[in-house]
Write a protein that binds this ligand. Structure first.
Ligand SMILES: Cc1ncc(C[n+]2csc(CCOP(=O)(O)OP(=O)(O)O)c2C)c(N)n1
Ligand code: SF4
Length: 348
């Protein structure tokens, strides 16, 4: 029996438009929800990626963001809370040639689905995940989530939370992740770029999309996402380029001992050549982790773009080659032959 060759993303030579990936369904998010921008970025990225809609599967868990598969003109499955990673893993392993995407919220993937999240990443299954981080449970009307800031007041934490949040990138690196990118709902071009890069990455890719929930957590990212401050409070990383940012393009990152520091080019003898170059392909994740978490320190920007993109064995490829290897060497052709070959006991 041959498995894993059902259909494939056969290059059709067709050129796609974003609209080829839209479903006819009515989008049911609140007006102004950040998820709309991510959806539009995904339509655009899918067209650029160029895999046919019928060879694309978009899986999700449960949450406002997890409604996204309804809005795609591809195959899709709106599964159960926190279990999208498990279903997407099954889809990818059963047919590695499919282009598999996973949509999940911070509640869906960091709370109830945290276990599936880390194991999908550890296995490096060929799934592209978009993690919609609005730091709240939107669908269930405003409970705090594992990414809500310490002290956050919500319906389920009326006096403020007494716990520190997860930083999703830290979990990705802790689980030995091979691809991590971060984007903002309002940075639609960057979001599409990250999605295309995620598609070309073999193995699991995680894109954290920082999105605004207008209704239950409005403005949660505004300290750095507001247009007036964004250039000075965020840095868009590009592999091989110096880590420079700021509206005057005169701020940059350097290593000061074991920590990252923001400096101003032209001050204190700092020149552009002193600024660190971004190496997304470095196998050592330490600098990537520092970049993903540096905004926790006052005065440091939020890192956006592809932070890590390294190669490692891919789960479904290993599995398919193992099955082929065992099949080739095995003399067993039927289940009955397999059962007959097992040690058996007769219970009297
Ligand atoms: C087993 C189970 N537990 C709880 C719920 C209720 N529930 C639905 S969505 C959700 C959290 C949604 O938050 P998030 O994943 O951050 O997505 P958002 O709605 O913010 O996009 C919860 C707790 C559920 N549907 N199933
Ligand atoms: S509740 Fe929040 S996350 Fe859900 S659709 Fe409305 S704005 Fe978006």
């Amino acid at each position: 029996m041959k498995i894993n060759k059902v259909v494939g993303p056969v290059p059709s030579g067709l050129k796609y438009e974003g609209s080829d990936f839209k479903s006819k369904g009515l989008v049911k998010w609140c007006p102004g929800c950040g998820d709309y921008a991510v959806l539009a970025s995904l339509h655009k990225a899918m067209a650029e990626i160029g895999v046919a809609p019928e060879n694309t599967v978009v899986v999700s868990g449960i949450g406002c963001s997890s409604r996204l598969p309804y809005y795609m003109g591809t195959y899709g499955m709106h599964t159960i809370h926190g279990r999208g990673a498990a279903v997407a893993t099954g889809v990818k392993v059963a047919n590695p040639d499919l282009n598999v995407w996973l949509m999940s919220g911070d509640g869906d993937s960091m709370a109830i689905g945290g276990n599936h999240f880390i194991h999908m990443i550890r296995r490096n299954v060929g799934i592209n995940m978009v993690l919609f981080n609005n730091k709240i449970y939107g669908l269930t009307k405003g409970q705090y989530s594992p990414t809500s800031d310490r002290g956050f007041v919500s319906k389920s934490s009326p006096f403020g939370t007494v716990e520190d949040p997860f930083i999703p990138g830290e979990l990705v690196f802790g689980a030995r992740g091979t691809f991590f990118a971060r984007t903002l709902d309002v940075e639609m071009g960057l979001t599409s770029k990250c999605m295309v890069a995620a598609h070309h990455h073999p193995g699991t890719s995680v894109i954290e999309a920082l999105v605004n929930c207008m209704i239950f957590n409005n403005g949660t990212h505004k300290e750095f996402s507001d247009r007036a401050v964004r250039a000075d409070k965020t840095i868009i990383l590009e592999h091989g380029k110096p880590m420079i940012y700021g509206k005057d393009r005169n701020k940059g990152l350097v290593l000061d001992g074991l920590t990252l520091k923001s400096v101003t080019i032209g001050e204190n003898g700092i020149e552009e050549s002193d600024i660190l170059l971004h190496d997304a392909h470095s196998v050592n994740p330490i600098l990537h982790q520092m970049l993903a978490t540096m905004h926790e320190t006052d005065g440091m920007p939020v890192a956006l773009g592809v932070i890590r993109d390294v190669k490692a064995p891919v789960y479904e490829e290993e599995l398919v080659s193992q099955i082929a290897d065992v099949q080739e060497k095995s003399t067993i052709e039927t289940v009955q032959q397999h059962l007959d070959a097992l040690t058996r006991w007769t219970v009297e």
